[in-house]
Structure formats: C-alpha cells, structure tokens
Design a protein around this ligand. Structure first.
Ligand SMILES: Nc1nc2c(ncn2[C@@H]2O[C@H](COP(=O)(O)OP(=O)(O)OP(=O)(O)O)[C@@H](O)[C@H]2O)c(=O)[nH]1
Length: 565
C-alpha cells in the first residue's frame, strides 16, 4: 500500500533585519527536537533542515486530538521559510507566494515597526491571507514591567494592523533566544525560549484552511530552491509544488532552459513517493542534468510556461511608497524568481458607452492616490479588458485592492520588459525601485498586481494590436444650421484640409445631450453633416461635442488610431 501523504503547511518568517527571524525559526524547530528527545524514533523526522532557510517541525497532536479530517494524512508538517535580507526576501517570498499559507511577522519588541517591517507587511498583504505577529525579544524587559510594556506595544501594533487586511490578527509575545547571542544556546544548557508553545498552537489554527487549499488542479509547477548531484542517481531538485501534481516517469521541463527531463524518482521527507500534490515539499531526481545550470527557478509541465517580453497587469499602488510613479518610467519587476527592468504605462478601466458613463469612469480613475502623475496616466483607458481576462481582473481588484483602502484605485498597466522572461502567466508581481537615489529607509516596493495577458513582440510585432489602450479626446464645434428635422450642418471642429473619413460614424452630442452621428463632410471648408436618428428637438446653445478614443499604441495599430464612442 502506498504510504499516506503528509500535509505540509508553509510558513513564511519575515521581519526587519535582526528582529530574530532565524532565531525564532530555530527555536520553533529546536524546541520541538528537545521536546522530542524522549521519543527517539520520531525525533529524526522532527526539526529536519530541508534546505538553507527551510526548517520544519511536525505538528504534535496529543493522543486523540487530531481532527478526523486529517485521517487521510500521515501527520502535519510545518515548513518554516526563513526569509533573509531584503532583495532575496522579495524573490524568496514571491517565488513561493502561492504556497505560503501563513506568515509570521517578527517584530523586535524594543524597536516596534521598522522600515522593513512595513515592507514585509506589504509582501504579506500581497501574498497571504493569514498573519501572526511574533513580538520577539521580550526578555529585554524586566519581568516586573514586562506585561505592561508588551501590552502597550501590542495595542500600538494592533492600531497599525487595523489599517491592513490583517486587522485583529494574533500577536504573541516571544523570546526566541533569551539573552541574545551572549547567552548559551538551548542545546548547551542556555535559557529556554519564551512563548513558543503558544505561537505553535496559533499556527495550528491554519490547518483546516490549508487542507482545503490543497485540492487545486492545474498544470504542474514547482519552485526549485536547491539543485545538487547524487552519485549514482542523477540530479536532485528540491522545492515546493506550487500547483498540479506529477508522477514518477512523467516528463518535466526547466522552462527557462527549454530542457525536458524524465523523473526517475521522488522523495518527500526522505521517503520515496510515486506522486505529489500542491503544497508538497519534494525532491525530484532526474538523470543527465548538470546541477550547475539551475540554482533557483521553476520546473513545469512541458510547454506550460511561456516566454514573453510584455504583459498587461493589474496595478495597485503600495501605500508606503513615497516617490512619484509615472507612465514611461522604469521599475524592477519581480515575478517568481525573476527580476527584470520594465517600462510601465498605466491605464484605467474603459468608460461605458455614453457621455455620462464616460465622465463617471474618468472621475473614478482620478480618485486614486495623489502621487501618480494625473496629467498623464489618468487619461489612459483600456476597453478590451474583457478580452484580457476581465473576470480575473475584477476579482483581483475586488480582493486585493481593498487592502489598500482605496477602492477606486483599480488600474492596469502595460509592462514592457528589457529582456524576455519565462514565467507562468497568472503570477503575482511586485514592482520596486532598488536604485541608490532612494534612501534605504523608505519603502522601495511601489506597486503590485497580477499578470493578466502576456505578449511577445519579438515573435509577433503586432502583439499590441490586441491591447486597445486609449486616451479620451474631445473636439468642439457648433451648429451652423439645421438642414432638416434629423440633420444639422456643423462647423468649427475640423480644419479645411482635414480628412474626415476616420470620423464618419462617430457620435456627437449637443448641449441638450442629444446624440447624433457624423455622416460625412459638407463642402470643402471642414464642415460636416450630423444625423440625429431620433430627430433634433432643439439646438441648445448651438455647441456640438465630439468625443473619441485615441489609441496609445498607435505605432503598432495604425488602423485603430481613433474610434468614436
Ligand atoms: N535578547 C534577545 N536577543 C535575541 C532574541 N532573539 C534573537 N536575538 C538576537 O538578535 C540578533 C539577531 O537574531 P537573528 O535571529 O539572526 O535575526 P534575523 O532577523 O534572522 O536576522 P537577519 O536574517 O540578519 O535579518 C542575534 O544576536 C540574536 O541572538 C531574543 O529573544 N532576545
């Protein structure tokens, strides 16, 4: 009989430099190993170090307390992903974003919220629904005042978090390493960590949620965090299954190398397995692969990960980012394990047909946060988001966007990458500014979102034709005379030499809000005929307004330069 699988829960451990992330990850694992010393047969399975930055512990259900729903599993394993410095933090966390089930945000009790605490919080908001705050180093407070000091800090932090989607999240005081580096390690008889059991009990709350999340299909996708040769066997790729599953004998692809390999064997927690599922930590063994060619990266079902150099994305500003974000500027865009420079063009939702709807749409777009350069990007609208997976776009805007307390902030962007990238098409991304001119103590994460549509202009020079991003334009003229009950002759909108052909069929409004259609030119002086199918009741003040769309990517779509409403 095949061994039962083990449910794996992935926990990102994030926080400001020196807040004690590694000490905490170690304390949780060490504490467990120490506690399990008298249960020798299992101890080998506990506190296994899976890879640099990855450690783990087995959930401990005292006899009879394991939920029935977990019967199909051979226990629950928590994998702690200790995220180090800032740059790698984003890569590590985004690389595994879809598998991080919850995040422990470590806050130094003596320092409170620091710059990177805020950055980590942003990463958490983007990538996970569950957050537990570990207020570390509480040993630094005298025992007589500890409760009072921790209480005050907790209240302060609760206020900070109340503005995020983690409002009301658990906050637990801990000391991962009482006395700090100067004290003896626990193994050497040093003081025991404080608050670890309570923290672990809180982590256990997430188990039912994780179980539900694991039932996901899709093409196999695997985030490799380590690659090494094993003598006589082949090359082993260790990592986390982001989605889908595979079996021994299946073929996998390393997409950025376009290299396909057959799976010889697989291991989970040091035991051979025949298949795997979403969320599993796994070692995949293949033959004939040079371990040096792949350090971190993706493995997928052959052909399921495309290469492209431009993408339409949803875009949400990160509220801690203080510099201007402008159309045409460049950002570092991190998608999975890939970071590449991209030029960005922002645009908003397309207005609905009709004048008022258009005014509404423009107004809601301009309600966004003030640091965007309003003179430019607010004028851009996209009409084909329905063709650009609008469903996903709206779901996404509805979910993530609310995090930022700016419901009207939903917008989209075109990212033009400096090099082609090979990443899954439904990934999250974060755009950041790592330039030196931005001082390191400000948030460098500028905006984020999800890939909606990808394009490869190297392969298809007309790729932007599908992307109908436009600016709203208007022209004003006046009624020269009413020709009959349904037709007026207008003037003052076009020059004598203008070619009116592209304006034929476009809608024109009177100041009474009656709508007619340009039928064609009239005479040779730039005059035109406007036909009102319902008849024209009155001239109003005699003004005629033409509103039309002018396409932003006209260089690629000359025929779509402008279209009337
Ligand atoms: N007093 C005290 N010191 C602690 C505690 N936890 C960690 N430290 C000390 O804080 C320092 C930083 O701890 P680390 O665990 O390396 O912190 P980190 O957040 O992983 O650091 P980076 O990975 O470099 O960002 C070390 O000197 C630890 O010994 C604690 O509970 N109390």
């Amino acid at each position: 009989m095949a061994p039962r699988p083990r449910l794996n829960v992935n926990v990102g451990v994030l926080g400001h430099v020196d807040s004690g992330k590694t000490s905490l990850a170690r304390a949780i694992s060490e504490h467990f190993s120490t506690a399990s010393l008298d249960r020798a047969p299992q101890s080998a399975q506990r506190g296994i170090t899976l890879d640099l930055g990855f450690s783990s512990f087995l959930a401990d259900f005292p006899d009879g307390t394991a939920p029935e729903t977990l019967e199909a599993y051979d226990g629950v394993q928590f994998t702690l992903v200790d995220c180090p410095g800032h740059a790698s933090l984003i890569k590590t966390v985004l690389g595994g974003a879809s598998i991080i089930d919850l995040m422990i945000l470590v806050v130094d009790a003596n320092k409170g919220v620091q710059t990177q605490t805020a950055e980590c919080l942003v990463v958490g908001e983007i990538t996970t629904d569950r957050l537990v705050v570990a207020i570390n180093k509480i040993d630094a407070f005298e025992e007589s005042v500890r409760d009072e000091k921790v209480g005050k800090l907790t209240a302060k932090l609760a206020n900070v978090f109340s503005k995020t989607k983690f409002k009301g999240c658990a906050m637990l005081p801990v000391s991962a390493r009482p006395g700090g580096a100067d004290s003896q390690a626990l193994n050497d008889g040093g003081p025991a960590p404080i608050g670890i059991e309570a923290l672990k009990a809180t982590l256990m709350d997430v188990i039912p949620e994780v179980k539900r999340k694991r039932d996901g299909g899709g093409a196999f996708l695997f985030a490799v965090d380590h690659c090494f040769p094993v003598k006589g066997q082949g090359t082993v790729l260790t990592g986390t299954t982001l989605r889908g599953g595979i079996k021994v004998g299946d073929t996998i692809e390393i997409p950025h190398l376009r290299l396909e390999k057959k799976i010889k064997s697989m291991q989970m927690f040091k035991r051979p397995v025949e298949s795997c599922a979403r969320g599993d930590r796994l070692g995949i063994c293949v033959a004939g692969l040079d371990a040096d060619v792949l350090e971190r990266g993706l493995v997928c079902e052959p052909g399921s990960v495309p290469t492209f150099n431009a993408a339409v994305v949803s875009a949400n500003k990160i509220r801690f980012f203080k510099s201007a974000i402008k159309c045409g500027s460049k950002f570092h865009v991190t998608i999975g394990h890939t970071t590449v420079m991209a030029t960005v063009t922002f645009f908003g939702d397309a207005p609905k047909d009709g004048q008022d709807a258009m005014a509404d749409a423009m107004a809601s777009i301009s309600l966004g946060e003030s640091k965007f350069d309003k003179s430019k990007e607010y004028k851009y609208c996209a009409e084909l988001l329905s063709e650009v997976e609008a469903k996903e776009a709206s779901e996404y805007a509805g979910g993530i966007n609310n995090v930022y307390d700016a419901p009207a902030f939903a917008r989209y962007a075109l990212l033009e990458f400096e090099q082609p990238i090979t990443v899954p098409t439904d990934e999250l991304y974060i755009a950041s500014r790592f330039d030196t001119d931005i001082h390191a103590n400000t948030c460098r994460l500028a905006f984020h979102g999800k890939l909606l549509q990808h394009m490869n202009t190297e392969k298809d020079p007309n790729a932007f034709r599908a992307l109908r991003v436009f600016k709203m334009k208007s022209r004003e003229g006046s009624i020269e005379r009413v020709q009959d009950a349904r037709t007026v002759i207008g003037k003052g909108m076009f020059k004598k030499e203008s070619d009116l052909t592209s304006f034929i069929g476009m809608k024109v409004w009177t100041s009474n809000n009656e709508c007619g259609v340009i039928e064609g030119g009239f005479g040779k002086s730039g005059k035109y005929k406007v036909y009102f199918s319902n008849g024209i009741k009155g001239e109003g003040d005699g003004k005629l307004v033409l509103r039309f769309k002018k396409y932003v990517f006209e260089r690629d779509a000359p025929k779509m330069q402008q279209i009337g409403l």
